[in-house]
Design a protein around this ligand. Structure first.
Ligand code: TLP
Length: 356
């Protein structure tokens, strides 16, 4: 919770639920950043970046890792490293890579995206995945890669299980395909399922995860994979201008994020469920409480004539920030700065403004 100035002298309570990306670095992170040992990372000489990359690779059970500026850059360099021009990637139609990343791999790498329907739980039907794999035929692009998102942002933040991933792995092996996991929130999935993150991505050839979401670091994501894959991803990072220099000041916060901020994600998940429970059964709003497994709550507005922008604007004037994610849909994401009390306060206001 933070306080924002209001007209006059009264302070308005601000509860920012737009995203977990709004989290600010913890005092331990700021200290680590101030004291970080640094060097030129393009020469491979930043000891703090090297330490973060080694730690990330170990946590995800992969040989190597690469520090990148953002989740978008992590997914982009992974797709560029796996695919050449004209190669096809199979991915969910609600996936972040397909929906939100400007078609970056197509725009910059000539990679051909083939979207398949995401089911409400974030999976893609495995039969449809297998049927989409192209036979060897001069008319077709070559299928190279399957992208899976875990947790799945636009599918209620659902966590995909290792059993599902084994099914994806079987298809990839049968057809010599690679698997990339957009694990921007993979530690949320691990905590929700009670499984080690490395187990959830054991079938994947590459994984991106973010430090700057629920883990509260200010900047950065990691791409993890084999040593050879990471060398290719490092080349791709350089061509998109992502070679950073004394990036150890950022990596230092990332190390704190990995060491101190994973276990507490369960608090965000409990708060998300609390919020969903408070909002369910309200006229004017529809919240599927059963789908809330991690830190994301979607609300569909059922009253005609109210747009999500309208409701979000009215709530913002009262200090509660939600993200419109569709003409009649709003999203709330619990995070490090949101207490149980903030959830109760936000729920009261949401019910007042959007409810019946
Ligand atoms: N998601 C953001 C917005 O872009 C919607 C958010 O607030 O949730 N993969 C997934 C699954 C993501 O949710 C995001 C960010 C990214 C990749 C991209 O990460 P950044 O923002 O670091 O480029």
């Amino acid at each position: 919770m933070t306080e924002a100035p209001e007209k006059g002298n009264k302070k308005m309570r601000k509860v920012d639920l737009r995203s977990d990306t709004v989290t600010r670095p913890t005092p331990a992170m700021r200290r680590a950043m101030a004291e970080a040992e640094v060097g030129d990372d393009v020469f491979g000489e930043d000891p703090t970046v090297n330490r973060l990359e080694a730690l990330a690779a170990e946590r995800l059970g992969k040989e190597a890792a690469l520090f990148v500026a953002s989740g978008t850059m992590g997914n982009l360099v992974s797709l560029l490293a796996h695919c050449g021009r004209g190669d096809e990637v199979l991915l969910g139609d609600r996936s972040h890579t397909f929906f939100y990343e400007q078609g970056g791999s197509a725009a910059l790498g000539g990679v051909h995206p083939r979207s398949l329907p995401n089911q409400p739980d974030g999976t893609i039907d495995l039969r449809q995945v297998e049927e989409a794999v192209r036979p060897d035929n001069i008319h077709f692009p070559r299928t190279r890669l399957i992208v899976i998102e875990n947790t799945h942002n636009r599918c209620s933040g659902r966590a995909l299980t290792s059993e599902y991933m084994r099914g994806v792995g079987d298809i990839a092996r049968r057809h010599a395909l690679k698997i990339h996991v957009d694990g921007a929130r993979i530690f949320n999935a691990a905590v929700a399922l009670g499984v080690d993150a490395s187990v959830l991505v054991s079938e994947a050839d590459s994984v991106t995860f973010c430090l700057s979401k629920g883990l509260a670091a200010p900047v950065g994501s990691l791409v993890c994979g084999s040593r050879d894959f990471i060398s290719e991803a490092r080349r791709a990072r350089k061509v998109v201008g992502g070679g950073m220099r004394q990036a150890g000041v950022l990596a230092a916060a990332g190390i704190v994020a990995l060491e101190q901020m994973i276990d507490r994600l369960v608090e965000d998940h409990v708060n998300a469920r609390r919020l969903a429970q408070r909002l369910k059964d309200t006229e004017g709003l529809s919240v599927d409480t059963g789908s809330v497994q991690t830190n994301i709550v979607y609300m569909d507005m059922t009253y005609k004539g109210r747009s999500s922008n309208d409701v979000a604007g009215q709530l913002a004037r009262e200090g509660v920030l939600l993200l419109p994610t569709g003409p009649r849909q709003l999203r709330a994401v619990t995070n490090y700065h949101i207490s149980q009390d903030d959830v109760a306060h936000a729920a009261d206001l949401i019910l007042k403004v959007a409810g019946g």
